[in-house]
Design a protein around this ligand. Sequence first.
Ligand SMILES: Cc1ncc(COP(=O)(O)O)c(C=O)c1O
Length: 444
Amino acid sequence: MAIATMTTMTGEEMVALTKKHTLFEWSAQAKIDPIPVARAEGIYFWTPEGKRFIDFNSQLMSVNIGHGDRRVVKAIQDQAATLAYVSPHMATEPRARLGAKLAEISPGDIDTFFFTNGGSEANENAIKIARFFSARHKVLARYRSYHGGTAGSISLTGDPRRWAAEPGIPGVVHVLDPYHGVERGWESTQQSLATLEEVMQLEGPQTIAAFILETVTGTNGILIPPDGYMQGVRQLCDKHGILMIADEVMAGFGRTGEWFAVDHWNVKPDLVTMAKGLTSSYVPLGAVGMRHHIAQHFQNHVFYGGLTYNSHPLGCAAALATIRVYEEDGLLENAKRMGAIMTDLLKGLQARHPSVGAVRSIGLFGVVELVRNRQTREPLAPFNGTSEEMQALGKFFRQEGLYTFVRWNVFYTNPPLCINERQLREAFEIIDRGLEITDQAVKV
Ligand SMILES: Cc1ncc(COP(=O)(O)O)c(C=O)c1O
């Protein structure tokens, strides 16, 4: 069913007024050029003037079921008409049902949830819970990570978005990942785990409450852990009494073809954080889930945490409806099926284009790393920087109606999980033509 355009402004008016009175995130305001958006449906969105874009990043890797699903829209409408809001001190049906449903699909014996407005707050509360439960204070996190923009979660974040927020909250210790960038590549699971344990020992394991990690790293390059890494992290955490927190904010809810990315390795974290795909971003909602014995701790100890919008009925109703869509439409299976095709399409790009230095994907979570030189593997843009060629590629995608995330020397292939093969091939045809621009920069 088509969704009517509700906007009364032109794209130009929308952009001008938005820029005049609102701030855009992570940007110097003069440098940005937002796309005006009037409506969206399935894998597409449109400007007020009717230009169509393929949403090849699911917005912020979050609109997993696709745009404008009437079943979720109706659930939100019905909930708003019945009970739009009550204090989090009350019990409601959508809250009750969502807790029970999440207990069913979450890894291991994670069966209790604290609801938040998004992923950052989920991580804030996860480290609070870990600290209360363990009576330890340090938290390990990895450099190639993003955990959110609030005080604690930006301190956990390893990537350069953290720098401007320093000094952050005390007690965060960053460790290296098994991946060292397109030039150096991967180290072995064994080496990486040995370094991790060395850091644990040097910091004093008895002072470390938790290790938080993105199970498949998102904005820092779709980093899929090498075989044995996730299991090794679990073992080290067990050995030293450290809680393992899986940040599944981006990787969760079918993105990798499983409910949670950690399920690929059959590893059971102690805490899991989620947001984005939980409601497919139709309304804001995040959550931190905890194992049964951790939840039991709070039977007789106060949980010192709260939010006016904790367990918001609209969020809970939207999440329940969204989870039903994943199930009814078989979206996890589709992510696996389309993911296998996407892996081949990515390999095809690498074979044809000298500027493609590396491709990685799991389910519909994919990335292309571009290089200037295939021998030295010098990236096409420096770490935390950009280049003329990367900018030209971004401009080409926009002209051609392909929306995706272009960052440093990489771009992402993260479409909604409802995408079909024809649509996937259409997007890759645009990418194929775009890479002719970056190929011209390759020296050797
Ligand atoms: C892995 C991860 N954790 C946490 C967050 C923060 O979530 P939010 O922006 O909903 O606060 C993000 C957002 O991109 C994320 O990708």
